[in-house]
Design a protein around this ligand. Sequence first.
Ligand code: GLN
Length: 275
Amino acid sequence: MCRHLGYVGPPVRVGDMLTLGPHSLRTQAWAPRDMRRGGTINADGFGVAWWRAEDDTVTVSRYRNPAPIWTDPAVEEVLPHLESWAVLGAVRSATIGMPVERSACAPFTRGRWAFSHNGVVPDWRAALTAVAAEFAGAAAELDADGLFAPARLLEAESATDSAALWVLLGALLATDVPDGDWAAAPAALRLLLSAVLTHAPDSRLNLLLGDGAQLWATAWYHSLSALVTDDFAILSSEPFDDDPRWQAIPDRSLVTARPGHLAVEPLPDPERPAQ
Ligand code: GLN
């Protein structure tokens, strides 16, 4: 079920974040250790986002390919020539019924945000339409721009649960505080997770979000580990080496990480709707 990784710290070579360590993200594509019955390998493409500063504005660039990561020479020949202080990468195992195409590969980006989803939302078209309708109703006064109109889901880059989740999360992030406000991200993730679980209780929702300065992630069913020092912060579906400082994140957690800071908060079990 997909593997993802986020890094913030001193500048690194973008390609290195995909190939670093004996159990790199690229290795996790064909030999993942902890898929929890969510598929076997992650051969349906990959993507990587990195942050750069241009005219005092921080923006995200990305590279994606729907082919298996181990077949793409750009990983060795191009991506190591790019440098950034923040990187977010993902390898994909397409959920049954979802297209295998470049636009379905995480990371999904907007402004200074990059996002990846490891998991699945069962019956996502109905569930996420219901979530959008719920948000639109609850936030009517904030919704002057129709941010949560269910038709906005048509803006999803690809017909997948993950791309539709990004439409909803992007709208939440844009709702009440400007992009980049750190208070907005955890609140938006909590809100999204609980609404999706209300409508699709069996969802698997490991979300990973970055703004170039900080990373936020949820662990909901799938594996997640953190390696945070005073200098850098990494969140990864699986540790990519045997550094003893890797910490396994407990299931049902919300994580905030930046260099010198790791916070892990439990996520409440959302109430299941009456049957
Ligand atoms: N459901 C998402 C997709 O198909 C994520 C898949 C995964 O985590 N394996 O892209």
